[in-house]
Design a protein around this ligand. Structure first.
Ligand code: CDP
Length: 244
């Protein structure tokens, strides 16, 4: 097999430095019919999140008398990947939906809404590695946009090991041909990283590399967090202008 070099002259294939995120664009409140929404681009990933709730639970038997239930659906559009993806849920989407819900649940004040549901739908329109991290970042903004009381913000980013070095926010080539891919999500409260709510890995790293990957992911997450906050602020400023 032909060897693929992912680092050339100290730069990544897309020209980024090792600790550099892809360009990120976030816009809150893009859908009229959802209670909260967000469009987000992270490099070539394009995703849209819609939040409904708190609302009545259907089917009724899923109701929890002590708190809201949270549902999360990650879904890839058939045209989002190179080989057309078969529509509908597959094992990968079901797993991503589950871990993403668990990454977000600690931040949502579920106890305030017994017997209700908070539904989060995230659609991947275009994928280029790290789509689960892009979706979590969008979902978090959409939750705030929906006015759901939150303990903070969830921010997500991956670190990969490619050609023996750790790089932030891998794109597709780095994810495919790299030695490891490690997506993280963090709960950020009052501007500080409080806990890790998602950590996955495929591939192989040393324990020391994993420690450094965590530090690098934290740095990246703090930058994304600022952009999430900016997007929410912009939405509120827009609303104020409309009211006036
Ligand atoms: O997107 P993420 O990194 O969270 O998940 P992954 O399972 O590691 O997938 C990495 C990338 O593979 C995706 O972002 C897509 O670009 C691509 N992929 C694909 O081409 N076809 C699929 N059915 C699933 C993923």
């Amino acid at each position: 097999m032909e060897e693929i070099r992912l680092i050339v002259d100290g730069k990544r294939l897309d020209g980024r430095g090792f600790e550099e995120l892809r360009p990120i664009k976030i816009e809150a409140g893009v859908l009229k019919r959802a209670d909260g929404s967000c469009y987000l681009e992270m490099g070539k990933n394009k995703v849209v999140a819609a939040v409904y709730g708190p609302r009545e639970v259907h089917p009724k038997h899923l109701e929890d008398p002590s708190m809201a239930i949270v549902r999360y659906r990650y879904s890839m559009a058939p045209f989002s990947v190179e080989d057309r993806k078969r529509p509908g849920p597959d094992r990968r989407s079901i797993e991503i939906s589950k871990v993403s819900r668990e990454a977000l649940e600690p931040v949502i004040m579920k106890e305030l809404f017994p017997r209700s549901a908070i539904d989060i739908f995230v659609e991947v329109l275009q994928a280029d590695a790290g789509s689960r991290t892009a979706c979590l970042n969008a979902a978090s903004v959409a939750l705030v946009d929906a006015g759901i009381p939150m303990r903070g913000m969830v921010t997500s980013v991956a670190v990969a090991k490619v050609d023996g070095v750790l790089v932030l926010d891998p794109m597709k080539e780095e994810d495919y041909y790299g030695e490891a891919d490690i997506p993280f999500a963090f709960l950020i409260r009052n501007g500080k990283i409080e806990s890790i709510t998602l950590l996955q890995m495929d591939g192989r790293v040393t324990a020391e590399e994993l420690r450094r990957a965590l530090e690098l992911a934290k740095k990246g997450a703090m930058q994304i967090y600022q952009l999430q906050r900016d997007a929410i602020m912009r939405k509120y400023i827009r609303e104020e202008e409309v009211v006036e």
